[in-house]
Design a protein around this ligand. Structure first.
Ligand SMILES: Nc1ncnc2c1ncn2[C@@H]1O[C@H](COP(=O)(O)OP(=O)(O)O)[C@@H](O)[C@H]1O
Ligand SMILES: [Mg+2]
Length: 283
């Protein structure tokens, strides 16, 4: 497998060299592998957004380096190419949407790439279909729910055909339905379109759909592994996660509660399905 993004001894300070200097990242060494869906989690202020903004050169390291598609973000001349590889979706779609009509907004990115008109039309169709928002194509954005607007923002990035899409807490402002629909779209982009996904989130019920997860705290990486590895560990590790302000997936919490009540439940549960299987095996 290919490393699509790699950070090497990455440290970052806001307002470096001034009295208000904030050390936001310290010696971060991680990789994002081509084709995976990876969650970056951690409480507010842990450095998730600062890290993600390094992936396409929105920020560049104070020390260390970041490679995207093998190119260093430290070199200005690489940034244009890097942004074709790594697209970015933000928490609030209103900060990302530029036109008033859905399909015009989605076409904006490909138009800026200078693509021929036929290719632009094809890409907009593909993005509308993939995000399942064809029926809204002619609608003004202000008619849409926040969740639908976020789908349009994702479609706009998708239409640029990046290898990787980084989403910074894309569901934070959404209602439960919007959150579910956006999560489904993100997983579909990965599983069906092969797009590498980096999902920043503090919802553990989103994290469990990822192949791997990274836990950040105070600007450094504290844990990484599969969701099963992170959530099904020793009491010590559980305590550590708790200290870092993280929840457990709902199914894990239920399983732990049942175990306390004396039920013989499996100890490696993070998905509802796994909980049901374990319950069905009870005598
Ligand atoms: N523009 C900024 N100027 C100064 N400090 C910032 C700025 N943005 C973030 N920070 C600080 O950097 C640290 C990491 O923040 P951030 O990356 O936004 O974390 P997260 O996304 O996990 O909430 C925090 O201490 C935050 O206050
Ligand atoms: Mg953030």
């Amino acid at each position: 497998m290919n490393k699509l993004i790699e950070t090497i001894n990455l440290s970052y300070c806001y307002k470096a060299g001034t009295k208000e200097e904030v050390k936001a990242l310290e010696d971060v060494n991680i990789a994002v592998w081509q084709g995976e869906i990876i969650a970056i989690t951690g409480q507010n202020g842990s450095g998730k957004s600062t890290l993600a903004r390094h992936f396409n050169g929105l920020l560049t390291p104070t020390t260390g380096s970041v490679l995207a598609g093998g190119m260093s973000t430290n070199l200005k001349e690489n940034i244009r190419e890097i942004r074709k590889i790594v697209g970015m979706v933000f928490q609030n779609p209103d900060n990302q949407l530029v036109s008033s009509i859905v399909e015009e907004d989605i076409a904006f990115g490909p138009e800026n790439l200078g693509l021929p008109q036929t290719e632009i039309i094809e890409r907009v169709e593909w993005a509308l279909n993939t995000l399942k928002i064809e029926e809204h194509r002619r609608e003004p954005l202000h008619n849409l729910s926040e969740g639908q607007k976020q789908q349009v923002a994702i479609a706009g990035v998708l239409a640029m055909k990046p290898d990787c899409i980084v989403l910074d807490e894309p569901t934070a402002h959404l209602d439960p339905r919007g959150r579910r629909d956006v999560l489904e779209s993100i997983v579909r982009l990965n599983r069906e379109e092969g797009i590498t996904i980096v999902l920043l989130t503090h919802f553990m019920n989103e994290v469990i759909y990822c192949d791997r997860m990274i836990v950040m705290d105070q600007g450094s990486v504290k844990m990484q592994g599969t969701p099963h590895q992170i959530f099904c560990q020793s009491e010590h590790q559980k305590e550590q996660l708790h200290k870092m302000g993280l929840d457990y997936p709902v199914a894990s919490q239920l399983a732990a509660g049942l175990k306390l009540e004396g039920f013989d439940i499996a100890t490696d549960i993070i998905h509802t399905k796994e909980l049901i299987n374990s319950l069905c095996q009870l005598k």
